[in-house]
Design a protein around this ligand. Structure first.
Ligand code: G4P
Length: 289
């Protein structure tokens, strides 16, 4: 994991996050569209209670469009305002200030009724590491804001960035730790690069990734690695099935050791890097139930 999390860190980061949230009108939660549920953190619900919420599915350029739409519908049904965004190019980001403004309409009306002048809408971007918070802040700010690094719990002077005519954004995102409720969440975070690579077992991650690809994206897999004999799996592939596919990919890509054995470490790393580099196409690793 890219952060060393100790209970003391977590408690401090949570306290600081609660202080930040007091200052703002709208919470913008950013998730990775390839793993929307696994890249969320339940703490967002706890600490942003009562505030209007926007859920942004980021990195939609890397995710399966059909599945992204299903997730967006699911979250909308749950009452979130959902946006599909590519923070790198800015696609989908233009509507953020208007949406924030709509979500603060009630609050503004109340303040105006009490005779207060209306002020800018204030928002904060929250999310686990690597979902694209800094990229989105830079995009909205139209300039490069210094990256504070994934070091929650560090106090920095807070500044507001003007976004459009109506919105101000806190210049430092709220960084949350990923939640590892079950092993598959950890594997999905690992596959997408949300966890530091030196802590990963590439072989475990590649087996997990291939299982998902064999079930949901067999054509992409076949095409990328010239696996002409790849069967379509009606039921979940076994570990043996998956190892056969890894063997084939290893052979085709020359990931071999002396004696003609497959180099599983190199093959695993190759598969993961090609998935992350979108060489297999637009892929989403989890679906709404
Ligand atoms: P964080 O602050 O939440 O930790 O994430 P950050 O913005 O640093 O983004 C993590 C990586 O994800 C970066 O790539 C960034 O460019 C990429 N990224 C962010 N949003 C999008 C998006 O919508 N689509 C795609 N395809 N990528 C996105 P990196 O390789 O780690 O850094 P860099 O080489 O881009 O600097």
């Amino acid at each position: 994991m890219s952060i060393q999390w100790y209970p003391g860190h977590m408690a401090k980061a949570k306290r600081q996050m609660i202080e930040k949230i007091k200052l703002i009108d709208v919470v913008i939660e950013l998730v990775d569209a390839r793993i929307p549920e696994s890249s969320r953190n339940p703490l967002v619900d706890e600490i942003s209670s009562g505030k209007p919420r926007i859920l942004i599915l980021n990195k939609v350029d890397m995710a399966d469009d059909r599945v992204t739409t299903s997730w967006a519908e699911k979250y909308e049904d749950q009452g979130y305002s959902v946006l599909k965004v590519n923070a790198q190019t800015g696609a989908g980001t233009k509507s953020i200030p208007d949406l924030v403004h709509r979500l603060t309409a009630d609050k503004r009306a109340k303040l105006e009724n009490k005779g207060f002048n209306s002020r800018s809408d204030r928002a904060l971007i929250l999310g686990i590491p690597n979902v694209g918070k800094s990229t989105l802040i830079n995009r909205l700010a139209n300039k490069k804001i210094a990256k504070i690094g994934n070091r929650p719990g560090i106090t920095t002077a807070q500044q507001w960035i003007k976004v459009g005519k109506t919105m101000e954004l806190l210049d430092t995102p709220g960084i949350l730790w990923p939640k590892f409720e079950d092993q598959s969440v950890g594997l999905k975070l690992a596959a997408t690069g949300a966890i530091k690579d030196d802590l990963l077992d590439f072989q475990d991650v590649s087996v997990f990734l291939l299982k998902c690809l064999l079930i949901h994206y067999p054509h992409e897999l076949r095409k990328r690695y010239d696996l002409h004999d790849l069967p379509l799996f009606e039921v979940e592939p076994t570990v043996d099935d998956i190892v056969t596919v890894i063997d084939d990919i290893g052979k085709r890509r020359g990931c071999m050791m002396s004696g003609g054995y497959i180099d599983y470490d190199r093959t695993a790393e190759l598969i993961i890097r090609e998935f992350r580099g979108e060489k297999l196409g637009k892929i989403t690793l989890e679906r709404p139930e």
